[in-house]
Every structure is written in structure tokens, then in C-alpha cells.
Design a protein around this ligand. Structure first.
Ligand SMILES: CC(=O)SCCNC(=O)CCNC(=O)[C@H](O)C(C)(C)COP(=O)(O)OP(=O)(O)OC[C@H]1O[C@@H](n2cnc3c(N)ncnc32)[C@H](O)[C@@H]1OP(=O)(O)O
Ligand SMILES: O=C([O-])CC(=O)C(=O)O
Length: 379
């Protein structure tokens, strides 16, 4: 008979396997990608370099990087079949459903779909990395009644992502804040979506199925969907461009007190692994601060600070990465529902690195359950 204490609900605290992709250390509040602190990577490396690091285990040589950049730039256009599939989807479906469908369509049309050699997996991972921004950019534009903007090969990943979305070149500060968000979102060990990708891979299913499933797991507000939910909170409190930072903070504080009194879970706060703050938040918050300065939106800082202070005072619960990322994307001009698809664009790297790692040392993931239904009976 299994006792309740033996049940590891939510697999909390259970170590399932080794990984060499990243190390989340709540004691030192640190996150290493293949041994490198994520803050250092966010400060000094392009997202393209970080992707190669996560896939290959080492930072790229100049030749490797140049080759990858050329392939990535050549693979950015929205495939006609994917565009046709997106066009069939209603404008009021969630953009995460569009992202999930797009990856599924890309997989179904891929010549190497069921080739699970490392070479083929790497090709498919790099292609998804290059192709996904066009899905997000096109989806945001079609919802706004705007025409598609073709990619530009003279721009880097982040510059081109913003170009395809907004149809104009973003200034360097904005590009850099976007790059930082991509680097920080890329990988986080056995989170729910990555674990989903590993479960699917463990059955010897294909890479696109694993990424499609991972997108489904990322959509929920307890995971990636929280960056969108943070913005809904800001809107619920009310964003008034003309309000002072202090007044906005006071209203946010009052909103949080009411929410906690009503026993609400407030998205963007708390974490399964980090209990004293998320290692990525200071770097993302610094990027948000730069965007607040750039756009002259100090009332947003008031809302941010007010919620954070009230949560800390009442429960000692700290923000996670989604908390500063949400308002950063808002200031850049992304529609709120597009925030979690931006998370997909980045996490494709981590998912596919884990898919390759799982495949290289596979065991079917199949835990046990304790049965608590009726004993055997007859009808
Ligand atoms: C990039 C990412 O995916 S980061 C995660 C993004 N998700 C969110 O922001 C969603 C909001 N946060 C949460 O729901 C949780 O903190 C989780 C799911 C992330 C982690 O939760 P768990 O480790 O399962 O802890 P659990 O949900 O049991 O919370 C422990 C206690 O803290 C409280 N708590 C945790 N997070 C929050 C929150 N955001 N708001 C209010 N209370 C919270 C819980 O109510 C619970 O209190 P209790 O013991 O009095 O019941
Ligand atoms: O690790 C987790 O549980 C969630 C998270 O922060 C991430 O996936 O980036």
C-alpha cells in the first residue's frame, strides 16, 4: 500500500535524469547554460551564438557561427504551406494555437520528419529556429489587418524579428532588450514544457511532435502563459500613461492586497525551483528599465514595483522571468497574446537540445500511479 507521503505530486523534488544542457541552482540562485552563467551570455553573446552553445555544448568558432548565420538568414521566409494553414485558423484563436499548428504542419511536410539521427535533428532544430519568427510576426500582423513583411538577410535574428513584426527597423536599445529576452528564455532544465518534449521523445516519436507537445505545455498560465497573464493584470489594474510612478505603485499595491485577500494566484510570481527569486529576473528587469526609459513610461515601473513590493510584504514570494518580460514586450509594441509565442521562439532551442540529449540516452518515461478507484467488482 502506497502512503500519501510516497506520492510525488507534480513530481516536486523528484530527480528524473541527468542533463548537461543547463544547471539551475536555487541555492546560489544561478543558471548555467553548458557551464556559462546566463547573465554573462546575455551581456556578451548573440542569440545565435547561445543557440549553437546549447545544441553543441560549446560556443561556436567564427566559421561555425558564420555558417549558421547564413543558413538561418536563408531559412526565415514563411513557407507557403504554413501560411496557408495559418490562414485557415480563425483570428480569435489563441496565437499559441497558431504556433502549435505551424510546427505540426512544418513537421508533416518535412522530408526528414522521421529521421532521428543527430545530424537530421540538428537540421530540423536550426530550421525551426529560423522559421518560427515569421509565424509570430505574420500572426500578429494578420490580426491587425496588415500585410506580411518579408524577412531581410542583412539583419540579425532579433533585428529581423522586430522588422518582420512591425515593418520598421527597431533602434539598437530595443533590439538589445529583445535579444536579452531571447537568451534568458532559451533554456531552463526540466521545466514542464521541456519535460513534455522529453516524454514524447522517449517513446521514439519525432522532433516536431515533441516540440508541438511542448508548445501545448508552455501555453498554460502556470508556465509560459504567465508572461501574457502578467500583462492582463497590468491592464486590469489600469495603465494610465499620465499617472505618476508613485500613484501607479499605490494602486498596484492595493490591487495585490485585494487579490491575495481573495486567495488569487498572481501570475508572474513564484517558482517551483527558485524559492528566493529567479536567477534571470535581475537581467530581464534591467532590460525592462531600459525600455521604460526609452519609451518614457515611468508609470509602468510604478505598477511593477507596487505589485512586487506588496507580494513580497504579504507572502515573501518573488517575481519569475515572466514578470519583467511581459511589460517589456508590451512596451516594444507586441500584442499581449503574442508574448508566449515569443517564448516559443526562444525555447525551441532548449527543447530541441533536450530532445537530442534524451534520444542519445533514452529510457521510456513512464512513472507509476497509486490506484484509488473502486476495488474489483462485477456488473
Ligand atoms: C518561465 C516560467 O514558466 S516561470 C513560472 C510562471 N508561472 C507563474 O508565474 C504562475 C504563478 N505561480 C505559480 O502558480 C506557482 O508559483 C508555480 C506553479 C510557478 C510554482 O508552484 P509550486 O512549486 O507548485 O508551489 P505552489 O503553487 O504549491 O505554491 C506554494 C505556496 O505559495 C503560494 N503561491 C505560489 N505562487 C503564488 C502566486 N503566484 N500567487 C499567490 N500565491 C502563490 C501558493 O498559493 C502556496 O500557498 P499555500 O502553501 O498557502 O497553499
Ligand atoms: O523551470 C520552470 O519550471 C519554469 C521556468 O522558469 C522556465 O521554464 O523557464
Amino acid at each position: 500500500m502506497i502512503t500519501e507521503t510516497e506520492i510525488k505530486k507534480g513530481l516536486a523534488g523528484v530527480v528524473v535524469d541527468y542533463t548537461a544542457v543547463s544547471k539551475v541552482n536555487p541555492d546560489t540562485n544561478s543558471l548555467l547554460y553548458r557551464g556559462y552563467p546566463v547573465q554573462d551570455l546575455a551581456a556578451g553573446k548573440s542569440f545565435e551564438e547561445v543557440a549553437l552553445l546549447l545544441w553543441n555544448g560549446e560556443l561556436p568558432s567564427q566559421i561555425e557561427l558564420t555558417e549558421f548565420i547564413a543558413t538561418e538568414r536563408a531559412g526565415r521566409a514563411l513557407d507557403a504551406g504554413v501560411k496557408a494553414a495559418i490562414d485557415l485558423l480563425p483570428l480569435d484563436c489563441h496565437p499559441m494555437d497558431v504556433g502549435r499548428t505551424a510546427v505540426s504542419v512544418i513537421g508533416a511536410r518535412h522530408a526528414l520528419a522521421n529521421d532521428s539521427s543527430r545530424e537530421a535533428e540538428l537540421i530540423k532544430a536550426k530550421e525551426l529556429f529560423a522559421a518560427f519568427p515569421a509565424v509570430v510576426a505574420y500572426d500578429q500582423r494578420r490580426r491587425r489587418g496588415l500585410d506580411i513583411v518579408e524577412p531581410r538577410e542583412d539583419l540579425d535574428y532579433s533585428q529581423n524579428f522586430l522588422w518582420m513584426t512591425f515593418g520598421e527597423e527597431a533602434v539598437p536599445d530595443v533590439v538589445d532588450a529583445f535579444r536579452v529576452s531571447m537568451v534568458l528564455y532559451a533554456e531552463h532544465s526540466f521545466n514542464a514544457s521541456t519535460f513534455t518534449a522529453r516524454v514524447i521523445t522517449s517513446t521514439l516519436s519525432d522532433l516536431h511532435s515533441a516540440v508541438t507537445g511542448a508548445i501545448g505545455a508552455l501555453k498554460g498560465p502556470l508556465h509560459g502563459g504567465a508572461n501574457e497573464a502578467v500583462m492582463h493584470t497590468f491592464h486590469e489594474i489600469g495603465i494610465d500613461k499620465d499617472e505618476s510612478r508613485e500613484d501607479a505603485a499605490a494602486r498596484a499595491k492595493a490591487w495585490m492586497e485585494d487579490a491575495l485577500a481573495a486567495k488569487k494566484k498572481v501570475m508572474g510570481f513564484g517558482h517551483r525551483v527558485y524559492k528566493h527569486g529567479d536567477s534571470r529576473v535581475p537581467t530581464m528587469k534591467a532590460a525592462l528599465d531600459r525600455m521604460i526609459e526609452h519609451y518614457g513610461r515611468h508609470e509602468m515601473l510604478g505598477l511593477y514595483d507596487g505589485l512586487e513590493a506588496a507580494m513580497d510584504e504579504a507572502k515573501g514570494i518573488k517575481p519569475n522571468l515572466d514578470y519583467p518580460a511581459g511589460p517589456t514586450y508590451h512596451l516594444m509594441g507586441f500584442d499581449t497574446e503574442m508574448f508566449t509565442p515569443l517564448f516559443i521562439a526562444s525555447r525551441i532551442v532548449g527543447w530541441t537540445a533536450h530532445i537530442m540529449e534524451q534520444r542519445a540516452s533514452n529510457a521510456l518515461i513512464r512513472p507509476l500511479s497509486a490506484y484509488n478507484g473502486p476495488e474489483q467488482r462485477s456488473f
